[in-house]
Design a binder for this molecule. Structure first.
Ligand SMILES: Nc1ncnc2c1ncn2[C@@H]1O[C@H](COP(=O)(O)OP(=O)(O)OP(=O)(O)O)[C@@H](O)[C@H]1O
Ligand SMILES: [Mg+2]
Length: 172
C-alpha cells in the first residue's frame, strides 16, 4: 500500500475515502488517526467502520467520553471494529491497559483517535506490520489533507515525530 496523500473537500468525501481505505485493511490491524481538533478523525472513522461493514456511518459517533465504542457485535459475521479516542488520556496509555493485544487476537480492526498518545507502545514487536497511520490536516474550513501510511512504511520511518505530537491540548 505504501504512502498515499488524499485531499477531500467535504465531510462526505472524507467518509467516502474512509470506505475506500477500509477495503485495503487486513485485520487484525490498528489504525492510528492523528490530527488536530476537528481535523476529521471521527468523520474518517465513519467511512472506515461503514466500509468494513461493522455499522452504518450514522451509528459511528465520537467515543470521547466512553474511551471506546464497539461496532459489529450485533452480527456473528460482521467485522468487529473498536473505535478508541485517547484525547482525555493524560499519560501515554500502554497497550496492556487498553487491552489492545486481546483485541488483535480477535482479528479486530482498532481505530485510535489521538493515536500518538499510545506513546512508546508503538514499538511493540507484535504490532509490527499491523499498524496503519493516517495523518489528517485541515487546510481550511472544508479542505482536508489526509496522508496514509501502510504497515510496511510505518515500520521503517517516522518514530520520533510521534512522541512529540502526544502532548498537545485540545482547546488550549
Ligand atoms: N473535508 C472534510 N473532511 C472531514 N470533515 C470536514 C471536512 N470539511 C469540513 N469538515 C468538518 O470538520 C469537522 C471534523 O470533525 P471530526 O469530529 O471528524 O474531527 P476530529 O478530528 O474527530 O475532532 P476531535 O479531535 O474533536 O475528535 C466536522 O465538523 C466536519 O463537518
Ligand atoms: Mg473525533
Amino acid at each position: 500500500m505504501g504512502r498515499h496523500i488524499f485531499v477531500t473537500h467535504s465531510p462526505e468525501k472524507t467518509i467516502e475515502l474512509g470506505r475506500r481505505i477500509a477495503r485495503q485493511l487486513r485485520p487484525p490491524v490498528v489504525v492510528l488517526l492523528i490530527g488536530e481538533l476537528g481535523a476529521g478523525k471521527t468523520t474518517l472513522a465513519k467511512g472506515l467502520v461503514a466500509g468494513l461493514g461493522a455499522a452504518s456511518e450514522e451509528e459511528v459517533t465520537s467515543p470521547t467520553f466512553t474511551l471506546v465504542h464497539e461496532y459489529g457485535s450485533a452480527s456473528e459475521n460482521a467485522q468487529r471494529v473498536y473505535h478508541v479516542d485517547l484525547y482525555r488520556v493524560e499519560t501515554p496509555r500502554d497497550l496492556e491497559t487498553l487491552g489492545l493485544e486481546d483485541l488483535m487476537a480477535e482479528r479486530a480492526v482498532v481505530l485510535v483517535e489521538w493515536g500518538e498518545k499510545l506513546g512508546p507502545a508503538f514499538r511493540a514487536p507484535w504490532l509490527a506490520g499491523r499498524l496503519v497511520e493516517i495523518h489528517l490536516e485541515a487546510a481550511n474550513d472544508t479542505e482536508r489533507r489526509i496522508e496514509f501510511h501502510s504497515p510496511d512504511e510505518t515500520s521503517r520511518s517516522g518514530r520520533a515525530k510521534r512522541s512529540d505530537a502526544g502532548n498537545q491540548k485540545k482547546g488550549a
